[in-house]
Design a protein around this ligand. Structure first.
Ligand code: SF4
Length: 63
């Protein structure tokens, strides 16, 4: 799985970080989510899929 954050859409609300703290981290300076991991277990993939559904800005893109 390849994931990216659409930085133009992200509003920094931290929903993804709260759901998957090992995968997403909102940068304190830019207020934009970043990926802190790029190899994903099955469990990570489930968490990412949930985060995609719950991101209000549709800023998490699975490629
Ligand atoms: S849930 Fe979406 S909008 Fe919110 S911080 Fe994460 S990527 Fe950005």
């Amino acid at each position: 799985m390849k994931v990216r954050i659409d930085t133009d859409r992200c509003t920094g609300d931290r929903i993804c970080e709260e759901a998957c703290p090992d995968i997403f981290k909102v940068n304190d300076k830019s207020d934009i989510a970043e990926l802190i991991k790029n190899n994903y277990s099955k469990e990570d993939e489930k968490c990412i899929e949930e985060a995609v559904k719950n991101c209000p800005s549709e800023a998490i893109i699975i490629e």
